[in-house]
Write a protein that binds this ligand. Structure first.
Ligand code: AMP
Length: 495
């Protein structure tokens, strides 16, 4: 990171009032329930307001979005309805989340903004762009598409924000980012936000950001202090999925994201959990955009207990209450462990990161310790018998709760129950009933009918690995596992 103009990691204490926010923004901040600015928001305000280039290294969940949104809302010329600010994020989920936060904070200011991302039809985004906006938030592919079609006028864009910039550059978006940067003829300010700043960002900073202000609020270490990192060894007598079930039963989190390395694994794990009566939904890039948004919205609203996801959910996604993430697979790149884990323990809450370990993970465990000082605390995996007992107890409890809730059982069923109990094959009959009961539970709001999946690793990428529709034309369902040509395209990985 360039060392000019570095700002102290100890920002001065201040209030929102002292930042000089407009009355409308002050009102939005109050409505959002923000009592005082977070450190990153204090440090960034003046440099952004004053039009400086900025490189910010700040841990995930630290209030980065408001850190750039608040001063930009201050800077925007509201009487000019041409895009003045472009915010790029690596995933559609993050782009939508950032856009929501900007809209929330800009309410009442006269702000017009649009989120442009793939997997949805161009129409609505086009209408909005046509009507005029001050801020465009989007994923790189779709933004470039609009630029090529001349539906996104870039000449008045002064500020470019790269959120999760390291992910953006490592995910095969480099070419896209470069093209965007070159397309912004009036660019005078680049804001680069990232939890980590790997060396490949240096070139971009040198080329496009003269004399940037650099803020490092993570003191060169990724903050995982508030997170307990524990692990369970996969039971060698059973499957990894059985161990996962044991862990969920033993830990009993109110909600969790379960991270897998491959899309095919997310599908298998989701199916396994749902079959056993768990409220699990799947999130990977094979889902159509509407399903992706529905799943995320349910999770954020606290209506979904378990989300089985690829790394599509690893970056920036803010589910403020999330008590737990489970690394079903340890990621190939240990840095990704930090990002995934950052989904829990947000905004000074405590969180728990649980890993399922197999023999092949010993290297990754050592790398975690060397690189980040994270030592996984090994807990005893419940035995097969204990797991089955916990599962049975829970289901019986659930059924009893239905009885206690006064569920009316027709007389015929009571008679049937007596007959079943007298039947010599009672165990099989009841097991079949339980199976039917669990599989018919009303969990089917969530999409399980994902298109056929490839068994490539999530980290593999190719030209057709773009987040669907980000560059692939208008809307529609994602293509399923298309043949991928070699040669490294400019789009991000498919997760
Ligand atoms: P971010 O790092 O932008 O994903 O933000 C993480 C979380 O912090 C989000 O839930 C924000 O709504 C919340 N947040 C942002 N600024 C503040 C603040 N000043 N006080 C309390 N919460 C905040």
């Amino acid at each position: 990171m360039p060392d000019n103009d570095n700002i102290s990691a100890e920002p001065l204490p201040t209030t929102f009032e002292s930042l000089g926010l407009s009355p409308a923004v002050m009102e939005s901040v109050r409505t959002a329930g923000y009592l005082a600015p977070m450190p990153v928001q204090v440090s960034c305000f003046a440099p952004i307001r004053d039009g400086r280039h900025l490189v910010v290294q700040s841990r995930t969940g630290s209030g980065k979005t408001a850190a750039f949104a608040l001063p930009l809302l201050h800077r925007i010329r509201y009487d000019d309805l041409r895009p003045q600010v472009l915010v790029l994020a690596p995933t559609r989920e993050l782009a939508l989340q950032v856009h929501q936060e900007i809209e929330r904070l800009g309410k009442g200011t006269g702000l017009e903004s649009v989120c442009i991302y793939g997997g949805t039809r161009f129409g609505e985004q086009l209408d909005k762009l046509h009507a005029g906006v001050h801020i465009v938030v989007g994923t790189p592919g779709r933004v470039l598409d609009h630029h090529r079609r001349r539906t996104f006028r870039t000449d008045a864009v002064q500020t470019l924000v790269l959120d999760e910039a390291d992910e953006m550059l490592s995910a095969g978006f480099y070419e896209d980012i470069r093209k965007v940067l070159d397309a912004l003829s009036g660019l005078s300010q680049v804001l680069l936000f990232s939890a980590t700043l790997p060396p490949n960002l240096q070139g971009l900073i040198r080329k496009y950001m003269a004399d940037p202000v650099c803020i490092n609020l993570s003191q060169d270490r990724v903050d995982v202090d508030r997170i307990e990192n524990v692990a369970y060894t996969v039971d060698s007598t059973g499957t990894k999925m059985r161990t996962l079930m044991a862990v969920i039963e033993a830990e009993d989190p109110s909600a969790a994201i379960i991270f897998c390395n491959m899309r095919s694994t997310t599908e298998a794990v989701t199916a396994y959990l749902r079959r056993r009566g768990f409220d699990a939904a799947m999130l990977n890039s094979d889902l159509c955009q509407t399903d992706r948004e529905t799943v995320m919205a349910r999770m954020k609203a606290g209506h979904q207990r378990l989300l089985v996801a690829t790394d599509i959910a690893a970056r920036g996604i803010d589910i403020s209450f999330l008590p737990c993430v489970i690394h079903y697979d340890l990621p190939d790149d240990v840095q990704q462990y930090i990002h995934r884990t950052g989904r829990t323990g947000r905004v000074d809450r405590f969180g728990r990161a649980i890993s399922l370990l197999t023999l092949k993970d010993s290297q990754s465990i050592r790398r975690l310790e060397w690189s980040y000082g994270i030592k996984l605390k090994l807990l005893e995996t419940p035995s097969r018998e204990e797991t089955l007992k916990m599962l049975a107890d829970r289901r019986i409890r659930e059924i009893k709760e239905m009885i206690e809730a006064g569920r009316v059982i027709p007389e015929e069923f009571q008679v049937m129950a007596r007959e079943i109990l007298a039947d010599p094959d009672v165990e099989s009959v009841v097991a079949t009933l339980v199976d039917a009961f669990l599989t018919s539970k009303p969990l089917d709001e969530m999409p399980m009918q994902a298109p056929r999946l490839s068994h490539r690793r999530e980290s593999e990428r190719g030209p057709s690995d773009a987040p669907r529709g980000d560059g692939g034309g208008a809307g529609g369902r994602p293509r399923s596992a298309p043949g991928r040509s070699a040669g490294g395209g400019s789009r991000g990985p498919r997760r």
